[in-house]
Design a binder for this molecule. Structure first.
Ligand SMILES: [Zn+2]
Length: 141
């Protein structure tokens, strides 16, 4: 299953990018994958579940967008979306076509977090506020 090797590469690149940005945890990974890569999204999900524990991406949400094959005819300039079996231009039947999209394997978005304890910080702030209010009422004596 070559999705394992692909996911390992995606994880390595994501962790490196997050580390370079000074983050400590990856929360979301969005991939854009061309349909012509023949990659199975289910197998990628499985590979992510198997490989992400113990890395910065543990518990992250992963989403995949599949990109339809898209080509441009070099003869008539027509651009069109097609299935993986289309070999000729639908307008002029030329074989001289150029693939524009469909073989991508890229990380589109990575969202990361540096570990913060914002919830406990907020509640301690509230406690300080109420202490100040008591102090004020004492001043009136
Ligand atoms: Zn054409």
């Amino acid at each position: 299953m070559h999705e394992m090797g692909i996911m390992q590469g995606i994880l390595d690149a994501s962790v490196e990018a997050a580390q370079n940005a000074g983050e400590s945890r990856i929360t979301y990974i969005h991939l854009a994958i061309g349909e012509l890569t023949q990659i199975q999204v289910g197998a990628l999900d499985f590979a992510f579940e198997a490989l992400s524990p113990g890395t910065m991406a543990q518990g992250a949400k992963m989403e995949v967008t599949m990109l339809e094959p898209k080509s441009r005819c070099r003869d008539c300039g027509y651009e069109y979306v097609h299935d993986q079996f289309t070999m000729t231009c639908p307008k002029c039947s030329s074989f001289d076509i150029e693939l524009l999209q469909g073989r991508e394997l890229q990380i589109d978005t990575i969202e990361a977090d540096s570990e913060t304890e914002s919830t406990s910080a907020d509640s301690s702030k509230e406690a300080e506020d109420s202490v100040e209010e008591k102090g004020l009422s004492h001043d009136q004596n």
